[in-house]
Write a protein of this length. Sequence first.
Length: 107
Amino acid sequence: MIVVTRLDKQRMYLNPDHIICIEETPDTVITLFNGNRYIVIDRASTIISRIVAFRAKISRRAAFPAARRYLGRTLAHRLDWSKDRVEDASADFQGEQNTIPFHSRDL
């Protein structure tokens, strides 16, 4: 989210992914996907630099090596866990296949 300042000096946070265009008339007008328009004090260049900084921050967090190691460990753990569970479930299913009908019409 980026922060912008309305004409009445209130701070407002906007999702930069929802911004369609930024018009700089005497006041700066931000138009969103849903058709809402907001008039703000901030200059268009300032808003654009905030959007670039926001997206750079997200990219840095996604490229952090510790996060990759963490995600790799959980994925490997899930694969080991699911393999054991599939083998157990298939053994249980084969043993119960002859005793439990699949549908009520199989009774």
